[in-house]
Design a protein around this ligand. Structure first.
Ligand SMILES: [Zn+2]
Length: 252
């Protein structure tokens, strides 16, 4: 028996239409670059306007027990702005200021994102996949659910009417997807800008990128190679040379 509530699993797709406006939402200052950096860079080069939203202050992102969280939060804001500029040329960056590790998908975070979606009016939204299995970091899960809930809130006129005129994006792309069904192919320029943007997060070199900045660049070369081979492995799954994969949801 068929029903209008039954959805066939979509075929895997490659390269959607370039959006005019995209809003990318990450839990921490480097998550978007890792998950979707090359795609955003490629789109920005094609003329897409990009807004980047970073939900937490990243103040616990260090292995140094003596580090001052307030100083680290400030440093990370500067790094994130530099990375966004590197990636896209001119992305707006919004910091929502949740304390690192304490992000919740609740009325407050959903309202914050709903407000930004209605204000920026993106065609596409990019964010964490909240359904990624065995993902331990609670902020990634919370950022994902806040994003999916905010899509629903922003598209329906009777949700949060005080936050501006409702807006329905066309596409939602979830990175680090539990079940990837879509790939964005990219070239050498976008790969280079993704790597350069990641390297703007200097406070994360040791903890996230295994670069200690003390040697003569071996670890740096290794990191560049790791990002490239990750793009190659993902691309191979979709029959392209270099790719970033997502779970793409249409008909929001
Ligand atoms: Zn993160």
């Amino acid at each position: 028996m068929t029903s209008t509530y039954f959805h066939e699993p979509a075929e895997a797709s490659t390269n959607m239409e370039v959006p005019a406006r995209v809003l990318a939402i990450g839990a921490h200052p480097d998550d978007i670059e890792f998950g979707a950096g090359a795609t955003l860079s490629k789109w920005a080069q094609a003329g897409t306007a990009v807004m980047i939203v970073i939900m937490t202050d990243g103040s616990k992102g260090t292995w140094d027990p003596e580090a001052n969280p307030l100083n680290l939060a400030q440093v990370r804001q500067g790094e994130a702005r530099k990375a966004a500029g590197t990636l896209t040329g001119s992305a707006e960056v919004e910091f929502l200021g949740w304390r690192d590790g304490e992000l919740k998908a609740n009325d407050r975070s959903v309202s914050q994102l709903c407000y930004l979606i209605r204000k920026f009016r993106p065609d596409a939204v990019v964010g964490h996949d909240p359904w990624k299995r065995y993902r331990l970091h609670p902020d990634h899960r919370a950022a994902g659910f806040a994003t999916t809930d905010a899509i629903v809130a922003s598209r329906d006129p009777h949700f949060l009417p005080e936050l501006g005129a409702h807006h329905r994006p066309n596409s939602l792309l979830l990175f680090e997807a539990d079940e990837a069904n879509h790939c964005e192919e990219f070239g050498e320029v976008a790969l280079r800008l993704k790597i350069e943007a990641l390297l703007c997060h200097r406070s994360q070199h040791l903890s996230s990128m295994e670069i200690n900045n003390a040697g003569e660049g071996t670890e740096l070369r290794q990191f560049r190679e790791t990002v490239r081979s990750s793009g190659e492995r993902t691309g191979a799954l979709f029959g392209v040379e270099l790719g970033e994969s997502f779970h793409l949801i249409r008909g929001l």
